[in-house]
Design a protein around this ligand. Structure first.
Ligand code: NDP
Length: 451
């Protein structure tokens, strides 16, 4: 790494020493872009370019009081990190999960800047959320929480300012309550202020499917470039939420066999192939634990993940692994288990699901890695298509949106591959994605002066 980048990383580490996830995300990017920065080192240093790249434009943190069904008041912390708006309005999801803190918000927003640049669409990067735990809450409690959250968030967002969407714990139901409150407070039908909306009030067809489908489109391209394909391959997918479910659906359409899925409590292993209809019923309709699957498919096995160093899903023999749950779910031990079991490709559906050591282990063992910033960009890309449809006051058919998504994922893969090739990085698409995104952000930032 260049001396200048080393100094920035040291400074960033000192300033943000209690934010490990953020530092991990910054560390990975700075390592990758080193050969690009080298070409302009003097100029970048003089204009504190990388210092500006790693410092969010704005962090908003606020109190979210809400009342439960028994009349008890609770207080959660809300966040919105508006990281970089040089390419377009800030864009990125909202996460409701007890693990949410400033480090996680900043890492997600930082990654989002790069991901959004890769889509080729005019969107900057942001992220938000709260340490609120939606699990076990009634509909009325979720609604009151969303309304209180929006009472504050509405001051900082708008269709040309910042456009939030869903993420972990924030699906169609939450987006509906958030949109309703925004509309009530602002007295305007500003459809493009949130994406992931219901189809009846400005949502886009194929947005629900987009991240999972996009992941598989990227995987298809990556495999094709390396003389392989999805047909007949065995796949394990962590998570059973939005990304996992639609990745499973598309992988099955391409003839792959998905043998395991999971949630935060455990894993279901179905050697005959996961019956996705049952998973959808349990997770999307009933909002129950994945363990229920074995009641409906007694030949399947349930493995508890309580107290384990990594999810037991990574011990299951497969050709392809798709981490689609959360950050750092594949540590070095899990990576070793996957490689020992014959995995040849990993596709990151979740954001930063693989630790740095694990990524390096995969790359050193010639495993193809589809990096999150590129491989899961289909969701935000389709959100941007939702914004376009809202602006036009029109909508496209499912097939039209899916076709645009497919093209976007092909273009993203091509730019990762081209950047990796240009810098002699072979099949290191992780570095390729960081370099391709950085070059675009850098051009926009340089054009706009020191701000
Ligand atoms: P969902 O809330 O729909 O699903 C998340 C899934 O992951 C659930 O099965 C959940 O289990 C599991 N999970 C969550 N946290 C943990 C944890 N700490 N340990 C183990 N399992 C966990 O979220 P999404 O599918 O939307 O998001 C999944 C990932 O994909 C996230 O990293 C998100 O940032 C990323 N992503 C999502 C996009 C989207 O469009 N939705 C776009 C791009 C990235 P349980 O049911 O037990 O909670």
């Amino acid at each position: 790494m260049e001396d200048y980048l080393k100094r920035v990383l040291e400074e960033t580490t000192k300033k943000n020493c209690s934010e490990p996830e953020f530092l991990q995300a910054v560390g990975e990017v700075l390592c990758s872009i080193s050969p690009v920065v080298k070409k302009h080192e003097t100029e970048y240093e003089k204009t504190a370019f990388i210092e500006r790249l790693v410092e969010p434009e704005r962090i908003i943190s606020f109190r979210v009081p809400w009342t439960d069904d028994n009349g008890q008041v609770h207080v959660n912390r809300g966040f919105r990190v508006q990281f970089n708006g040089s390419i377009g309005p800030y864009k990125g999801g909202l996460r409701f999960h007890p693990s949410v803190n400033q480090s996680i918000m900043k890492f997600l927003a930082f990654e989002q800047v790069f991901k959004n640049a890769l889509t080729g669409l005019p969107i900057g990067g942001g992220k938000g959320g709260s340490d609120f735990n939606p699990k076990g809450k009634s509909d009325a409690e979720i609604m009151r929480f969303c309304q209180s959250f929006m009472n504050e968030l509405q001051k900082y967002i708008g269709h040309d300012i910042d456009v939030p969407a869903g993420d972990i714990g924030v699906g169609a139901r939450e987006i509906g309550y958030l949109f309703g409150q925004y509309r009530k407070i602002r007295n305007t039908y500003e459809a493009g202020v949130l994406t992931g909306k219901g189809l009846e009030y400005g949502g886009s067809l194929a947005r629900t499917e987009a991240t999972g489908y996009g992941l598989i489109y990227f995987m298809r391209e990556m495999l094709k470039a390396n003389g392989k394909d999805l047909s007949g391959k065995t796949i394990v997918i962590s998570g059973s939420g939005n990304v996992a479910i639609y990745a499973c659906q598309k992988a099955q359409e391409y003839g792959a066999k998905v043998v395991a899925m999971s949630d935060s409590n455990g894993v279901v292993y179905d050697k005959d192939g996961i019956k996705l209809g049952i998973i959808k019923k349990i997770k999307e309709e009933q909002r129950l634990r994945i363990k229920e699957y074995i009641k409906e498919v007694p030949t399947a096995e349930y493995i508890d993940s309580e107290g384990k160093d990594y999810s037991p899903i990574w011990d299951i023999k497969a050709d392809i692994a798709l981490p689609c749950a959360t950050q750092n779910e594949i540590n070095l031990q899990a990576a070793k288990a996957l490689v020992a079991n014959g995995v040849f490709a990993v596709g990151e559906g979740a954001n930063m699901p693989t630790s740095m050591e694990a990524i390096n282990y995969f790359l050193n063992n010639n495993i193809l890695v589809a990096p999150a910033k590129a491989a899961n960009a289909g969701g935000v890309a389709t959100s941007a298509l939702e914004m376009s449809q809202n602006s036009m006051r029109y909508f496209w058919t499912f097939e039209e949106v899916d076709k645009k998504l497919n093209n976007i994922m092909v273009n993203i893969f091509n730019s990762c591959q081209a950047a990796a090739k240009e810098y002699g990085l072979g099949t290191n698409y992780v570095a390729g994605a960081n370099i391709a995104a950085f070059r675009k952000i850098a051009k926009a930032m340089r054009a706009q002066g020191i701000i």
